[in-house]
Design a protein around this ligand. Structure first.
Ligand code: ZN
Length: 187
C-alpha cells in the first residue's frame, strides 16, 4: 500500500511527506505506516486512546453488528497473509489540537466509538476526513458494522457536525459528502 501513496506523491510532484495521521488503530488504516515512515521520515501521530493498540500491532474490532461479524473471520486471515507491524507513534494529539507544528493546517477532533481513539482530521478549508466514523454503503451513514463502544457514535457524529465541515469523506469512499447534506445526517 505504501507504493500507492508514493506513486500518488510522485504524480503530484511531491517528495515532502511530513506527517502521517492515523485515524484509528485498525488493520486497514495503518498497515503501511511504519514502512512509509522509513521511506519518507514522516512523523506518525494518533489520538492517545488508540496509541497503545498501534504500538502493539493490534486492531480491536469491538462488538460487530449486522454483517460486521465477517471482519472477525477476515482480519485473522488478512494478518496471516500480511502481518500487521507494531507502530510506535512519534506523537499523540487530543481533541481540538493542531497539526500545524507538523506542517499541516488541520486540527484533530476526537470522534470515538468505532475505536476508543478514533479521530477526524479537519483541514483548515473545512474538509473533514471522518474515517470509519462513517460508512458509505449505497449512501453515507453513521458506522453500523464495527464499534468498541456503540453508545459513543451518536455524540461523535454531533461533535463533527458542530464543527460545520464544508465536505466530509468517509473512510472507504472517494466521494465527498457536501457539508449541507452531512449536517442532515441522522444517528
Ligand atoms: Zn476501522
Amino acid at each position: 500500500m505504501e507504493g500507492v501513496v508514493l506513486s500518488k506523491m510522485h504524480e503530484l510532484g511531491r517528495n515532502d511527506l511530513k506527517v502521517i495521521w492515523i485515524s484509528h488503530a485498525h488493520y486497514d488504516h495503518y498497515g503501511s505506516a511504519a514502512r512509509l515512515r522509513e521511506l519518507t521520515g514522516a512523523k506518525i501521530g494518533i489520538h492517545p486512546a488508540d496509541a497503545d493498540a498501534l504500538s502493539r500491532g493490534s486492531s480491536p474490532l469491538g462488538t460487530p453488528r449486522s454483517y460486521g461479524f465477517i471482519y472477525l473471520f477476515l482480519q485473522p486471515i488478512a494478518k496471516l497473509i500480511r502481518p500487521l507491524p507494531p507502530v510506535t507513534p512519534d506523537f499523540t494529539l487530543e481533541d481540538g489540537k493542531s497539526l500545524r507544528g507538523y506542517g499541516l493546517d488541520a486540527i484533530i477532533l476526537h470522534t470515538p466509538g468505532h475505536t476508543p481513539g478514533s479521530s477526524t482530521l479537519l483541514l483548515g478549508d473545512g474538509t473533514a476526513f471522518a474515517s470509519d466514523l462513517l460508512g458509505s454503503v449505497s449512501q453515507p451513514h453513521l458506522q453500523k458494522l464495527i464499534a468498541t463502544d456503540w453508545q459513543q457514535l451518536p455524540a461523535s457524529l454531533k461533535h463533527l457536525q458542530a464543527a460545520n465541515p464544508t465536505r466530509v469523506f468517509a473512510g472507504h469512499s472517494h466521494r465527498a459528502i457536501p457539508g449541507d447534506a452531512f449536517i442532515q445526517l441522522g444517528t
